[in-house]
Design a protein around this ligand. Structure first.
Ligand SMILES: C[S@@+](CC[C@H](N)C(=O)[O-])C[C@H]1O[C@@H](n2cnc3c(N)ncnc32)[C@H](O)[C@@H]1O
Length: 232
């Protein structure tokens, strides 16, 4: 039904227009991600290709560069929410971070990320199937949570997306320690819209500069990257 690879583009819509201007999309469903990671898992087994890096390589260097510039301690407990193939965690581990956890609600994504960690020789990276909208009790006390495209995907869910967004903020608030950091990369939301969603519980520390995204011959899809801090 949907074959595009970029979040938030209107041609992927399922025709269900919403008040917030988004169109519901298959990209907001677990079925989509399960099928996508089944394919990526097969590709990885066939060719060793780790698959899609959402927002490109630069999105990872931007986040890691910021953590390094701020001298975030290497033993900080860091969670990647909706880790997909886990490549961001690979890069974090290669940069010296030692306490890394990745979650994804798609079991195929976790299977793929585990295989990639095995290939990279990084068995210490913890990976588990978890729905961020209903996190288990053991998921708590993180110094840093990172989201690259997951809040975007959740916002495109055809059913009760607004409620799911609220749930997301609640879960995030629960799993981060007071003063903990949240780094979000989004192509569906502007800075103002993200602050509208997260601003009650989180303070804006910084907006990180991004270049203009180019996809399918079209340019102008700006990516927003914010660093937020859980209020104490
Ligand atoms: C656009 S992809 C981004 C993947 C990865 N963060 C990256 O940057 O390459 C969105 C990811 O969020 C995951 N996801 C969506 N909703 C989720 C939820 N409620 N809980 C956990 N993971 C979710 C999907 O399975 C998918 O891996």
């Amino acid at each position: 039904m949907v074959s595009g690879r970029f979040l938030g583009v209107r041609w992927q819509a399922m025709g269900d227009s919403r008040e917030d201007g988004f169109e519901a999309s298959a990209l907001g469903t677990k079925e989509h991600w399960d099928a996508a990671y089944e394919r990526e898992l097969q590709n990885f087994e066939d060719s060793g290709d780790a698959g899609e890096i959402w927002f490109g390589e630069e999105s990872m260097s931007r986040l890691i560069g910021w953590l390094e510039k701020q001298r975030i301690p290497l033993d900080s407990c860091i969670l990647d929410i909706g880790t997909g193939n886990g490549v961001l965690l690979v890069e974090l581990a290669k940069s010296g971070y030692t306490d890394l956890v990745g979650i994804d609600y798609s079991p195929s994504a976790i299977q793929l990320s585990k295989k990639i960690m095995e290939k990279e020789g990084l068995p210490q990276v913890k990976l588990q199937v978890e729905d961020i909208l209903n996190p288990s009790d053991e998921l708590s006390g993180f110094h840093v949570c990172i989201d690259k495209g997951t809040f975007d995907a959740i916002s495109l869910n055809p059913e009760n997306a607004a409620e799911k967004q609220k749930h997301y903020v609640k879960s995030l608030h629960r799993i981060l320690r007071p003063g903990g950091l949240f780094l979000i990369t989004s192509c569906n939301w502007t800075k103002e819209e993200l602050l509208n969603e997260f601003g009650k519980e989180f303070l804006l520390l910084e907006e990180l500069p991004t270049s203009v995204f180019c996809f399918g011959g079209k340019t102008g899809n700006n990516v927003t990257v914010l660093v937020l801090q859980k209020k104490i």
